[in-house]
Design a protein around this ligand. Sequence first.
Ligand SMILES: [Zn+2]
Length: 332
Amino acid sequence: MRTEHVARGGVSAAILAGALFAAPLAAHEDEGTPHDQAIWTWAPEQIVDKVDEVRAGRDLTPKVWPDGARVAVSISFDFDTEPVWIGFQEQSSPSYMSRGEYGARVGIPRILKLLDKHAIPATFFVPAMTMELHPEATRLLRDHPRVEIGFHSYVHENPMRLTSVEERQVYARAMAIFEKHIGRKPVGFRSAAWDLTESTVSIVKEMGFLYESSMMADDRPYELKVNGKDTGLVELPVEWILDDWPLFQISWPAKHVAARNAEDVYSIWKDEFDVAYEEGTMYILTTHPQVIGHRYRAAMLDRLIAYMKSKPGVWFATHEEIARYVQAQAAP
Ligand SMILES: [Zn+2]
């Protein structure tokens, strides 16, 4: 699988120009033609070029956060509903999909109540098909004064299964549905399952997004580079340890069983916050209404927010607010 991952439509022109291999790829790159050159046969410079296709650029941590805050905190909710099962996990049984439906029926009202109780903002990344399947919950988010809605695929499709041509097409289709429901374009992009192709960041840039939030090169905000060049795109990095899915979710076909005691997860998330606070950087937490929306977990999130609010100098913001602020601070 690794070979396919590296090779799928992603060998750069520079690598091909190296001509170490009789590479049939160049003309077919956009079609995602796989090739079978194992990574250990590549020359060092080819591997460096591969890594350089998309990577971290300069640190965008501002000298000071708004109002002299010590740390920026932003909680995101990936409102995946049925699409994450049908599109990514490829489970289309009514029972699996009902777990996604729980996110809309129970998770969203419970989370909005929690956000209102604490009067904090949040960012919801919503697949286009979640909007089609749950227009009422989508309207609740759209009309909420402290909610940002970001872009999160068409049907939670796995981007690694797409060629760059298909990826552009599917995002265009998703964008039309997004605008139909929300009435404007999103400024934030989060890839389904946080995986990106070698083309994704360039497509995100072409589509005019302000920020991307699927990469993991830092705890701090940074600028994304493509083939060694600055893109101007802000990256708000994520991490699996700051995501409720691997910590709590149960998925039998994926052999993933993580029904944890909420105290364990609270301990990880609190310690991550404490160090972010001490270092004066940023804390991005990702959750899913169908996962965190369950009673004992929502109660834990309630306690975590209360803990963070008890500290002086915590700036709660949407991802958009953080991205705009760090970009403005970093401007020459
Ligand atoms: Zn998702």
